[in-house]
Design a binder for this molecule. Sequence first.
Ligand SMILES: [Zn+2]
Length: 272
Amino acid sequence: MRLTTWLGVATTVVILGACGAPSAIRTPGVGAVRAQSVQPPVISAQILSPNFDDRKGSPVTAIVLHHTAVLSTAEQTARFFQDPKVKVSSHYVVDRTGEIVRCVPDAQRAWHAGVSSFDGQGDVNTYSVGIEISNVGDGVEPYPSAQVKSVVRLVAWLASTYQVPLTRVARHRDIALPAGRKKDTSDNFDEAYVLKAAQAILDGQNMPAYHPKPVPDGYDPTVQVHTVRPGDTYESLGDDFYDSPAMGAAIARENDHRKLVPGTLIALPVTY
Ligand SMILES: [Zn+2]
């Protein structure tokens, strides 16, 4: 018998049976006992956020994927989440390098999904694990292979640990209300690959090859713009693009606090 603790959150007792195949009893979890072959992903850093509250007994039954909408690193995003004023967090942030930073323990309710509904069940934060993926979110910046593979390992491990079927992995844009409010993850994030590769891991197979698209010539990720829609406010744009109304102040500064006129372009900051 071997006792392994992963950052004090998931405690796994692995019992080697007569045939040598490990089975696992997990605490905490959803009470089931099943074969455990998925390795926990490497967590590079733990930078805990105060922005969370209680799941009130709700088990983890969904996984939500986001992009950060900034050029900042995962560590910088985690530091941003440490500010109580921004009122946003996620359980994990996955850097372009593939490094994973943990910001909120799985057992707690992180603040990433906002007003949301998944398969008819509201308040997705209460029953989901949120994963932020470092990417400017313009649909052009590629998601590097190391990053996507870390997302895959993390999703597979969470799916295995909490027995979440991969049909319960969603992009923020799929669950945010009202529909169409959120853009993350961006169109060039290959969610189909993530699900296929996570399934391969759950099936005990190797991940299929991943081929990120090249960066187009002349691409400048520091230039990000938005066409103002009727009803947009700086605060609502902060929430829509960065999952934090507090980022509205940064957008306002970037645009000299000018009045938001529908149909005109405004600049979106690419750092916090
Ligand atoms: Zn999001």
